[in-house]
Design a protein around this ligand. Structure first.
Ligand code: ATP
Ligand code: MG
Length: 323
């Protein structure tokens, strides 16, 4: 609680943290599917080196931080508000237990999260500033996304949907972040409202890189909704590319405006079938411009999906997103 009071005074100090030591290059971000197995093996070895302290990282320790209130909990991570003692900089710290990571065989996902989030620098991507560890835990030091989860904002909005203005702004920002990821050969693969956070100024930051394959959001699972954002090519288990993210952006835009994802059905098989047929039905509330954009993203054949720079220039986006 007390920590929240320091926020306004310390937003300017973000620059300071990025200048601190500690980035470790683990591998090249992004990995074509055909190299995943080899890459996973390498990641496991690297992970063992990190946890056994044979790779020198940085001098950060838990004692450098005052840990505050919990911000959220994921499948493996517990996330806390924290303050760097000497600078009073506010951050979010995600704590992962080494034993849980090993037991669940997700070393690769942890490495991917560290590697990608450390190296991607974009205003709409959550920055991982550094990490450190002790005997039992790994600590990821992240920028604090003071606006919280977009999912919660969506749930709290009337009809669980956003105005055209908000939807267009968010779609633009996600498209911008994804375009940057793709230029850096990173595919997010798990775009959905649960993995988008908001900054203090109400801008989107893309989070949760690296967990998509093995750790679908628990909330979606209980609603049997983990499938809602799956592109047809991932459903069919065939080779996919960065266009999976374009598909998810179309689903996201639909959910923002309609209040539920386009292929939501009573049971899993029906959702599968509707995704495969690209059975999208637009309620009257969806404006023509948005329908046009969504239809150009939700295409069965990946290469036909609208390129991200064109999403950002689409008339419905341009006319609604504001400055
Ligand atoms: P899962 O894979 O189940 O989604 P996870 O272990 O990857 O979870 P996160 O999703 O990264 O964990 O974090 C859990 C929750 O903590 C988020 O849903 C969010 O509410 C909160 N959280 C995470 N990072 C931040 C941050 N940087 N600023 C503010 N809140 C955060
Ligand atoms: Mg998450």
């Amino acid at each position: 609680m007390g920590l929240c009071l320091f926020l306004i005074d310390n937003t300017m100090s973000i620059i300071q943290l990025s200048a601190l030591p500690g980035d470790v290059h683990l591998a090249t971000p992004g990995c074509p599917p055909e190299y995943e197995v080899e890459n996973e093996n390498m990641s496991r070895q690297l992970f063992e080196e990190i946890v056994s302290r044979s790779v020198k990282t940085k001098e950060w320790t838990r004692d450098d931080f005052e840990i505050g209130c919990p911000l959220g909990r994921g499948k493996f991570g517990r996330v806390y508000l924290a303050r760097v003692k000497y600078s009073h900089l506010i951050v979010a710290i995600k704590v992962l237990y080494k034993s849980e990571i090993r037991k669940s065989n997700v070393e690769h996902q942890v490495l991917r999260e560290i590697e990608i989030q450390t190296h991607l620098k974009h205003p709409n991507i959550l920055s991982l500033r550094t990490y450190f560890y002790d005997e039992k835990r790994i600590y990821l030091v992240l920028d604090y996304a003071a606006g919280g989860e977009l999912y919660k904002h969506l749930q709290d909005s009337p009809n669980h949907s956003f105005s055209e203005r908000k939807a267009a702004k968010y779609v633009y920002q996600v498209a911008d972040a994804l375009n940057y990821c793709h230029l850096n050969k990173v595919i997010h693969r798990d775009i959905k409202p649960e993995n988008l956070l908001l900054t203090l100024t109400g801008d989107i930051v893309l989070a949760d890189f690296g967990w998509s394959v093995h750790a679908p959001s628990s909330r979606r699972k209980t609603m049997c909704g983990t499938l809602d954002y799956l592109p047809p090519e991932m459903l069919d288990g065939i080779v996919y590319n960065e266009y999976v993210d374009h598909w998810c952006l179309g689903v996201l835009c639909y959910e923002f405006l309609v209040g539920k994802p386009p292929f939501e059905s009573k049971d899993t098989n029906e959702t599968y079938a509707r995704i495969r047929k690209v059975d999208v039905r637009f309620p009257k509330c969806v404006p023509e411009g948005a329908k046009d954009l969504i239809s150009k993203l939700l295409r069965r054949f990946p290469a036909e999906r609208l390129p991200l720079p064109d999403v950002m220039k689409h008339p419905w986006i341009v006319n609604n997103k504001g400055k």
